[in-house]
Write a protein that binds this ligand. Structure first.
Ligand SMILES: [Zn+2]
Length: 65
């Protein structure tokens, strides 16, 4: 599989960085630090949402409030 190196400018902090991407997949213009932070943030939100849904199904559905 071909992996391309692309030089990008981070969309968040403006830092120049090199990202390695395969031929497929979206090119995210973030440096390693910001990308990691975004990934963590998204994961956190997902967990939060999942927990909320889990709690809702275990106790009272939202429309019964
Ligand atoms: Zn950055």
């Amino acid at each position: 599989m071909a992996i391309k190196e692309r030089r990008i400018k981070c969309a968040t902090c403006g830092e120049r960085a090199t990202v390695r991407r395969g031929a497929r997949g979206p090119l995210t213009a973030y440096c390693d630090v910001c990308r990691e932070e975004r990934t963590r943030e998204q994961a956190r939100l997902r967990v939060q949402e999942m927990r909320a849904r889990h709690r809702a199904t275990r106790s009272v559905p939202p429309d019964h409030r």
